[in-house]
Design a binder for this molecule. Structure first.
Ligand SMILES: [Zn+2]
Length: 478
């Protein structure tokens, strides 16, 4: 009976389910109908046929990766701003590029970021995007997200602080949002772009770049509308110190006093929570995105990941935007999440490849409050999965493949990516966009964005090499 056939059947050398008992079927299968996983089990129980059959005797099927933090539009800003302090980055590099964001530039940036994320096995991504001064810039990101077929939570990041006493967190006048326009824009974007895969949500960027009134208003909007909410919190020791000076408490204690914490909220970074604040995050079921590579690049510290996990905090992993990472490689993030703690605690026995892969799948789904839908391969969940080809010099021999996947950190081993039952990467290639077109567009847009933002001198002065074209690395873009 053809109507009983699965739409998709993946048979492979191993299926890592990440189910309650953490079963691994070796060899195993996953079958899919109408975007939903219908069965998972040992190869001996596999259906014999399907409309589409992906067979990989040396492949490993994993739940699709969940990237809990990035800024998709920043894809084409990669490499603009290396070796800057966080404060200089924000004032001299970030604000000029935010000020010149347009729908077309953000579309190109998002296409590049999404291509890399999908190609590496990410099936769900979170992204924070500016909607000011050009309100339509974020529409470019959402158009790319919709075209890509990825599952996504995209926040509209609002900022409105005019407190000049904290220069690093002062927001220039033209980038400031009004509370009414911020909430209205979230409504506009949700009615235009929300779908079964995409959710637009509010974000108050941080407790210092937003007034308390903005934070509370966006939280109220999220609660009333049953939306998720995002924030950047305790990203640096300086941010926490400024918060203590201004409000007398740490960032997370402040949010607790405001009544903003809860399972609807996902906070990015959380590098400097105090021990009582870790307890508060666990008690309120607030999600955390741990972004170790981004934190390293700005030397902002190493988050207390083991302490948060021990306390029961819902932690996922994030790459952060290409302007502060610079790759969109969640495998590298998994590896760093483990290795950094071994060093920080002087404890080489801490962590494991299994823990890293769990955080990048089920952990991220829990942090987002989406673990009823995604994060593991179980009947009834949405069909988000990736097939990693272990027949690869970076991953062989097969018996150590889980360790190799995480500690070799090679996204290029991902051959197939499925979101909601739809194949978005096939044989290592994107099915939705022409690869050469995405790359060509990224070069054109990067070059004209540097000009528009007036950051050419900042970019060009970084090289100490003698370039015969007289332009330097910027010339490579043209
Ligand atoms: Zn961020």
């Amino acid at each position: 009976l053809t109507q009983q056939l699965p739409d998709l059947l993946a048979t492979a050398g191993a299926v890592i389910t990440m189910d309650e008992r953490r079963r691994v079927w070796h060899p195993g299968f996953v079958s899919v109908r109408e975007g939903v996983i219908t069965a998972v089990g040992p190869l001996s129980e596999s259906p014999r046929d399907a409309r589409r059959h992906i067979h990989s005797p040396t492949g490993i099927v994993i739940p699709g990766l969940v990237n809990c933090h990035t800024h998709l539009s920043r894809g084409v800003n990669r490499g603009f701003f290396d070796e800057l302090s966080l404060d200089d980055w924000i004032r001299y590099a970030s604000w000029p590029t935010v000020r010149t964001m347009t729908e077309a530039r953000c579309y190109a940036g998002a296409r590049l970021s999404l291509s890399e994320l999908l190609r590496g096995g990410v099936t769900t991504t979170v992204s924070g995007e500016y909607g000011q001064p050009d309100h339509r810039a974020i529409d470019g990101v959402l158009r790319a997200v919709q075209e890509s077929g990825v599952r996504a939570v995209v926040s509209r990041m609002a900022i409105n602080s005019d407190d000049a006493s904290i220069p690093a967190h002062f927001v220039p006048d033209d980038l400031r949002d009004g509370i009414a326009s911020a909430t209205a824009e979230v409504h506009r974007l949700r009615s235009r772009w929300n779908s079964h895969l995409v959710e637009v949500v509010p974000e108050a960027l941080g407790v210092l770049r937003c007034t308390p009134e903005m934070v509370v208003a966006l939280c109220d909007q999220a609660r009333v509308g049953e939306m998720r909410m995002l924030m950047h919190v305790a990203s640096s020791a300086a941010e926490v110190a400024s918060c203590r000076r201004k409000y007398g408490v740490g960032c997370i204690e402040l949010l607790a006093k405001m009544g903003v914490l809860g399972p609807h909220l996902l906070i990015a970074h959380c590098v400097w929570p105090s021990p009582p604040e870790i307890r508060i995050l666990a008690d309120t079921a607030t999600g955390v995105s741990h972004n170790p590579v981004s934190n390293l690049s700005y030397a902002t510290g190493i988050a207390p990941l083991p302490e948060m996990l021990d306390a029961g905090v819902r932690v996922g992993l994030g790459v952060d935007g290409a302007a502060t990472n610079n790759g969109q490689n969640l495998w590298e993030t998994m590896k760093m999440a483990m290795f950094l703690q071994k060093q920080r605690r002087n404890q080489p026995t801490w962590g494991s490849a299994e823990l890293a892969l769990e955080l990048a799948t089920l952990g991220g789904a829990r942090a987002l409050g989406m673990d009823h839908m995604i994060g593991s391969l179980e009947p009834g969940k949405r069909a988000d999965l990736a097939v990693v080809e272990a027949n690869d010099a970076g991953l062989a021999p097969f018996g150590t493949a889980v360790s190799s996947m995480v500690y070799s950190a090679s996204p290029r081993a991902v051959q197939t990516v499925v979101v909601d039952g739809r194949v978005l990467v096939d044989g290592g290639r994107l099915t939705v966009w022409d690869h050469d077109d995405v790359i060509a567009e990224s070069r054109t847009v990067a070059l004209e964005w540097i000009d528009a933002a007036g950051i050419g001198p900042l970019f060009a002065q970084r090289t100490k090499w003698l370039w015969n074209d007289g332009i330097g690395p910027q010339g490579l873009l043209g």
